[in-house]
Design a protein around this ligand. Sequence first.
Ligand code: MN
Length: 237
Amino acid sequence: MTYVFNPPATTSLPVHDSTLRFPVGRVFCLGRNYPWPASAGAAPSELVFFMKPASNVVEAVGVLPFAPHTEEFCHEIELVVAIGQGGADISPEQALEHVFGYAAGLDLTRRDRQREAKRDGLPWEGAKVFDAAAPMTAIVPAGQLQQPLEGALWLRVNGEERQRASLADQTWPLQEVISLLSRQIPLRPGDLIMTGSPPGVDVLHPGDVIHAGIDGIGELRLQVGPRPARQPANDAA
Ligand code: MN
């Protein structure tokens, strides 16, 4: 097989306490999956998902590049589920057998772009897809969890807590999520599922220090980088 250019490298995440790495396939992200205040609008009655490309996944260390094309670069702390065994029409009872492990991740969002898309009835991709849009911790194999999946997930910016909830508060429990998704798209090893964020999502500024985590799974620390230089409009071409 000869390609016209070298295929891109496989995106991967470290596996906790191991030299092995988890190769990332597709990234499914859930819409609202925690109770939010009424002011946030009605929650969808069905499971809503969108996707990010695997290339958006990065290890959550060091400097987080400030996303281009936004004035409202926002954090969303989420439980990430890593699928190790594929399957279609998975029953909730068997769902956890398909899980390789768990990580903490950020579903970074250009909120201004998302608001415009919602207003105009357009897709969300412009709000959710950009380089480094999904920083994640190492994946903890399911058998090594330090506690049941009902601990807290939390996020602080510059030491001030902005998000805190219990994994037990999820509207669609993990088993349901895996089952419902697998009825729409057969899951494959390497798939990641970002399972939605509790309220408290807010904007980030250059220099902000993010400290976030999920009890029993992992923590991440990132410093938000400078705003990208404005690019001239590409209309003169
Ligand atoms: Mn999200």
